[in-house]
Design a protein. Structure first.
Lengths: 598, 211
């Protein structure tokens, strides 16, 4: 299709639409819908005089009258098919909420000129039913009505019954709905299908006048005294409403209203007056939880769900989300707890392994010191053994040659005893040093540790240099919190190194140990008069397996470093010219410290 | 001892007192006369003479201050006649080898068997006696040669090298007769009958005497 053709088509469509609009306005049709509570025929008859009178007054406007039942009218309004509706008060209130219609006039009747009191209901029974005198007597009976939605035809009486505790909804009275027209209700009661029936006020009187119902055949229950011509069971409510649809132009509404107000009373002596207050209708509907207040009755789970499904869904979703979140959190907590427990277990495991490894390391390091000392220790042990052997063989020789004297025997025996004790002493200190043990923290006097280590190395090596301890610390300033055996091991290592260093120089100086307060620590310095360290050695001497000794493992100082660091210190070395100084510090014991033995 | 000068004396130098005492006890068990010193200094201070009966030095190789090797060096420098037996500890073989190069009799690694020790001491004492005898012969040869005049000593050296009288005369720039007279004096003073005997005497007095 070419562009030109398309334009032409659009133009044509637009033109037709325009013409239609013009046609609507030109004919000036006023579309009115009425509630045909007694059926379309009755309604046509009922409203025909009003329609013709209105047409007269509306100056050439044609009125299109259509009749609906309760539901259809709302649908027609929804479709925009109506300009005005005429309906009962209950229905009006419903439509007001549902379709946004606005009343412009209320029907009043001759009987009660008060527009607020024009609709009422009467409950009728066969006059011969003596068992039913009042509304209360309807308990357990059947009650005919046109429709559950009918205002005058059901809801007004339902409200009265409710007030008496006989709500048909609860089964106290059984409603039977006959549908429109209302004459079906009379038929039901007359035919005995139901015990009672609900009629619009004055309907019975009209029908008696017409003769369609024999006067006195039916009786109105609990008639209210204040009403004049008709017997009424219920309270009275505002009359039918003439209402404009939401889309009706205000000018048209005004025109129609003026016409309505000028209409003469109809054959039923009813006419249109200023709009009444429909508040009592609202109250009634609210009480009955029907019409716009239908939601109030929706107390069942299903009804609530229907009304609040979005909220409920939201709430459910929220709860689900909450539950999911809670589950998630719970899951996370459990997982984290599990992970934490696992991590703790692993850590415990690791710690115990590290501790075991550390103890093993301590043990091995002590053994390594012994290993490094082994040549020396073998020599030390050989001396007493050789001496013992010499004495023993000497005794044999003297015995064999018959020159063994009492004095010689005694001298030899004493020497043998002394030497064997000396050998045992050396072995004992080796064994106690090499023995495995767990680490512990104790409060010790560092001076004692130095002396012990000194005598220890002295006990193992007969030619060891003396250890000279120099300090001006008080007893309290010497109390350190340490693993005594580990510190002894450090001292022993340093003493042995010092001794080795001086041995190589044949130096006669004692090994000097000095103590010094260093804040909350005690610094220990071990000085030898050996050759000191070359820069190359200084860079490597703390590395494991670095050694300058032919029989060394190179583990001594790295182990000392580890031990000192475990006590929060640092192992430092510096040249002293001549000689070498090793320095490390140990934590002082506080008065609050307690001995901790694992 | 009734004749102490004729008995060999064993000197034991070791700073390890119990062991030193046990060695002395052992040596005495087989009848040696033994003296202990607790350090090299103590031995040098005592400066014992080598007795006519001989003797030896049993020396611990590793001692503080003056070590065994150092003492050996000093004794050699002083021409000490003491044969030295070294005692070494475990792993001191290098020191022991050095000691042997420097003329030690032997080295014993501690701990040692008493019999080996005693045998080695015996050998050392024997060596001291031999050295003593050789020393005495050397001393006597020198004393004999010292009786010769300077010219007679020159003539004796050349004769010992196997030169004939004429060659000796020509080398010394003297007459044959004069050589003959010197030769007679030399033979008389040294109580030797041949050039070979004269050569042995000269070498005994000085191993480098004929170079």
């Amino acid at each position: 299709m070419t562009l030109l053709k398309r334009c032409a088509l659009l133009f044509t469509i637009g033109l037709i639409g325009c013409l239609q609009c013009c046609a609507v306005f030109a004919t000036d049709v006023v579309r009115i819908g009425t509630l045909a509570w007694q059926g379309s025929e009755e309604a046509e008859i009922h409203w025909s005089s009003m329609v013709s009178n209105l047409e007269e007054r509306l100056g050439g406007k044609r009125i299109e009258l259509r009749h609906f039942d309760l539901g259809a009218m709302a649908a027609a309004l929804e479709e925009g098919e109506l300009d005005f509706v005429v309906t009962n008060p209950g229905h009006y209130v419903s439509l007001e909420a549902q379709s946004g219609i606005t009343r412009i006039a209320t029907q009043v009747s001759d009987e009660t000129s008060n527009p607020e009191h024009v609709v009422g209901s009467a409950v009728v029974v066969l006059d011969r039913r003596q068992d039913i005198q009042r509304l209360e007597d309807l308990r357990g009976k059947t009650l005919a009505a046109v429709s559950p939605d009918a205002f005058g035809g059901y809801q007004l009486i339902r409200a009265e019954l409710r007030r008496l505790g006989l709500d048909p909804e609860n089964g106290r009275v059984t409603p039977v709905f006959t549908n429109f027209p209302m004459t079906k209700v009379i038929d039901a009661v007359v035919d005995g299908k139901t015990d009672a029936g609900i009629l619009r006020a004055c309907l019975l009187e009209h029908m008696e006048q017409e003769g369609s119902v024999a006067a006195g055949r039916l009786r109105v229950l609990s008639p209210r005294p204040e009403i004049g011509n008709c017997a009424v069971t219920s309270q009275l409510y505002p009359g039918w409403a003439f209402a404009a649809a939401s889309r009706t132009p205000p000018a048209l509404s005004r025109e129609v209203l003026l016409a309505l107000l000028s209409l003469p009373p109809d054959t039923n002596q009813q006419w249109w007056s200023v709009p009444a207050d429909y508040h009592p209708v609202h109250e009634l509907l609210r009480e009955l939880q029907t019409g716009p207040y239908a939601f109030l009755r929706e107390t069942s789970l299903e009804a609530q769900l229907r009304r609040y499904w979005a909220w409920v869904l939201g709430l459910v979703l929220l709860m689900l989300a909450g539950a999911a979140y809670t589950l998630h959190v719970e899951h996370l907590v459990q997982r984290r707890t599990r992970e934490l427990t696992q991590a703790l277990d692993e850590r415990h495991h690791l710690e115990s392994r590290v501790q075991a490894g550390q103890q093993q390391m301590d043990h091995l390091s002590r053994l390594s010191i012994l290993g490094e000392l082994s040549g020396r220790l073998a020599h030390e042990l050989n001396q007493p053994l050789a001496a013992i052997g010499n004495y023993a063989r000497s005794l044999l020789r003297r015995q064999d040659s018959g020159t063994l004297s009492e004095a010689a025997l005694r001298q030899a025996a004493e020497e043998i005893a002394n030497e064997s004790e000396r050998a045992a002493g050396i072995l004992g200190s080796i064994r106690s040093f090499a023995r495995k043990r767990s680490r512990r923290q104790e409060i010790c006097d560092i001076a004692d540790l130095v002396h012990e280590a000194g005598s220890f190395i002295g006990g193992m090596l007969s030619k060891a240099r003396p250890i000279e301890l120099r300090h001006d610390l008080s007893l309290a300033e010497r109390q350190v919190l340490v693993d005594p055996l580990q510190i002894q091991q450090v001292l022993l290592n340093l003493f042995k190194n010092a001794w080795d260093a001086q041995q190589s120089m044949d130096d006669e100086h004692p090994i000097e140990v000095s103590l010094e307060r260093e804040d909350d620590r005690c610094a220990v310095e071990v000085r030898d008069h050996g050759p000191g360290l070359t820069p190359e050695l200084q860079a490597h001497f703390l590395e494991a397996f670095f050694t300058t000794k032919p029989d060394g493992l190179g583990l001594g100082l790295p182990i000392c470093k580890t031990i000192v660091e475990a006590h929060g210190g640092e192992l430092l070395a510096r040249n002293a010219n001549p000689g070498l100084v090793f320095r490390f510090s140990l934590p002082l014991a506080h008065s609050t410290d307690t001995v901790n033995t694992p | 001892m009734t004749l102490p000068d004729l008995l060999p004396v064993i000197h034991v130098v070791d700073d390890e007192a119990p062991f030193r005492r046990s060695l002395l006890f052992l040596l005495e068990s087989v009848g040696w006369q033994a003296v202990g010193h607790d350090s090299a200094e103590a031995f040098l201070l005592a400066a014992p003479e080598m007795q006519a009966g001989g003797g030896c030095l049993v020396l611990d190789i590793r001692m503080p201050r003056i070590s065994g090797l150092e003492l050996q060096r000093r004794l050699r420098a002083a021409d000490s006649p003491f044969p030295i037996v070294f005692m070494t500890g475990h792993g001191e073989v290098e020191l022991a080898v050095q000691a042997m190069k420097n003329g030690a009799v032997d080295f014993l690694q501690k701990p040692f068997k008493d019999q080996i020790f005693l045998d080695t001491v015996e050998r050392a004492v024997q060596l001291s006696l031999e050295r003593h005898a050789a020393n005495r012969r050397h001393q006597e040869a020198r004393e004999v040669l010292d009786r010769l005049s300077v010219r007679e000593r020159e003539v004796a050296r050349l004769l010992a090298l196997g030169l004939a009288n004429k060659e000796v005369a020509r080398q010394l720039g003297i007459s044959d007769n004069t050589v003959h007279v010197h030769r007679q004096h030399v033979m008389e003073k040294t109580s030797t009958g041949s050039a070979a005997e004269l050569a042995r005497l000269i070498l005994r007095a000085d191993p480098n005497g004929l170079d």
